[in-house]
Ligand binder design. Structure first.
Ligand code: GJV
Length: 420
């Protein structure tokens, strides 16, 4: 019987073109530039392929490549939707995600608080709730304020139930449920307020924000209000002792045996992508956090989403092991009243945990840092040119130690696909 590996070896290599630059980490990943032609020898997983460039061989992220032959490329594009809408809206047609979001008190109460604290100003206003899901925000509007109408837009099949929920709760005079993609629906009028809960992991993942920006440009009246009004992505260098122990140190001596030859594999398997759903303790933060990317929901453009760059400069407040970076986001809702309080939804480790939790980016090797060390660098969020809901996060860092007994001047860079 032929093994899978042998079957791959038999096949002749296929030519692919790099869609963007990629900096490989470790010794087994290839670096390449946009436009490079690579020979793919094997596809051991859907994300990582074994490829050749300039007679060097290594792993490459599949999401950065497209097939060279024009015809096949056209065929691929027509076969698969780069937005994966069927899968995306399919998952929002079931209860699992809605239950998770509704059970998230910090999230849901933040939106409730926004409506409540602006209830007087919402009187007779026209609103749009983009991606209303089960309609919770629209129902808060009808219950706590007196807008003239809320257009509750939902693309998934959940919309049919949302209509029932609106009726069941006696809000049908105010809330109009429209089933369809926000990009395609027609409204009879422009809106005064566009509210949406569009934030994904690491703020941008899913790129629902694009739908919000398109709806803003089409339906928000001049001088209208965006909720959230601004958003920020925050980063902190952190320790992740137990995660590191569980996935990497584990191989040092399970049952008294040396399994360290599996560590490169472990690194590839567990540390290549970021870890969603990580909850970091404030105590694991090695420095004060730093906002690296800020979005103004009034001026942000769809094209800005292609590549977002940020810088950081941290100073270690204590000594510890630097395992990686943790990211989270905060959004702000400006008040409709002059001088009114801004409402904040913060998904970081110093606030109540939310269903987003935090996102952990593990370095390939932990680095000891000492109080006073500086960690500076850049972060780039690069949207996948093909798979529009995905992105790659590239971190580049520089550690400068002030301690005399260490010559800790280290640089590093690593790219994390999320997910393609
Ligand atoms: N048009 C209509 N509904 C949408 C759209 C769109 N373009 N995009 C997402 N939704 N915060 N990451 C709906 C989706 O079906 C789901 O019910 C909700 O918005 C997602 C909200 C939470 N996701 C998030």
């Amino acid at each position: 019987m032929q093994t899978e590996k042998e079957a791959e070896d038999d096949a002749s290599p296929e030519e692919y073109v790099a869609l963007s630059n990629f900096t490989g980490s470790g010794s087994d990943q290839l670096s390449f530039s946009c436009g490079d032609r690579l020979l793919v020898h094997a596809k051991p997983s859907s994300e990582w392929w074994w490829a050749e460039l300039h007679e060097v061989i290594g792993y490459v992220p599949a999401g950065h490549l497209r097939q060279h032959e024009e015809e096949e490329e056209e065929e691929d594009a027509s076969l698969e939707d780069p937005w994966q809408d069927e899968e995306y809206f399919g998952s929002y047609g079931t209860l699992r995600l809605h239950l998770e979001m509704l059970s998230d008190k910090s999230r849901t109460e933040a939106y409730r608080q926004v409506i409540l604290s602006n209830s007087a100003s919402l009187r007779n206003k026209v609103m749009m709730d983009l991606g209303c899901g089960t309609g919770i925000i629209s129902l808060f509007c009808a219950q706590l304020a007196q807008p003239s109408v809320v257009y509750a837009v939902e693309a998934s099949s959940m919309a049919e139930y949302t209509r029932q929920l609106v009726k069941q709760n006696g809000c049908e005079e105010v809330v109009t449920v429209l089933q369809g993609r926000a990009e395609e629906i027609e409204l009879p009028e422009q809106v005064d307020i566009l509210v949406s809960e569009w934030m994904g992991n690491c703020l941008l993942f899913e790129f629902m924000v694009e739908s919000v920006l398109l709806a803003r440009d089409r339906w928000l009246r001049e001088g209208g209000v965006m909720w959230p009004s601004s958003a920020a992505l925050t980063l902190v260098p952190c320790q992740a002792d137990s995660y590191y122990a569980e996935k990497m140190a584990f191989w040092e001596q399970p049952y008294g045996l040396d399994f360290t030859p599996l560590q490169p594999l472990a690194q590839q398997e567990f540390f290549t992508k970021p870890k969603f759903s990580h909850l970091i303790e404030p105590d694991d933060c090695l420095t004060a956090p730093c906002d690296v990317i800020s979005l103004d929901m009034y001026t942000l453009q769809v094209k800005d989403l292609e590549e977002m760059k940020g810088q950081f400069h941290f100073s270690a407040e204590k000594s510890g092991v630097f395992h990686g970076f943790t990211a989270w986001f905060t959004v702000h809702f400006k008040s409709l009243e002059t001088g009114g309080a801004t409402v904040e939804l913060n998904t970081g480790p110093y606030s109540e945990p939310t269903h987003w939790k935090q996102t952990l980016f593990m370095l390939d090797r932990p680095v000891s840092v000492y109080a006073g060390d500086s960690i500076s660098g850049t972060v780039v969020l690069r949207r996948n040119p093909v798979w529009r809901r995905h992105m790659t996060v590239t971190l580049q860092w520089n550690i400068n130690s002030s301690a005399e007994d260490t010559d800790n001047c280290q640089v590093g860079t690593k790219s994390f696909p999320m997910w393609r």
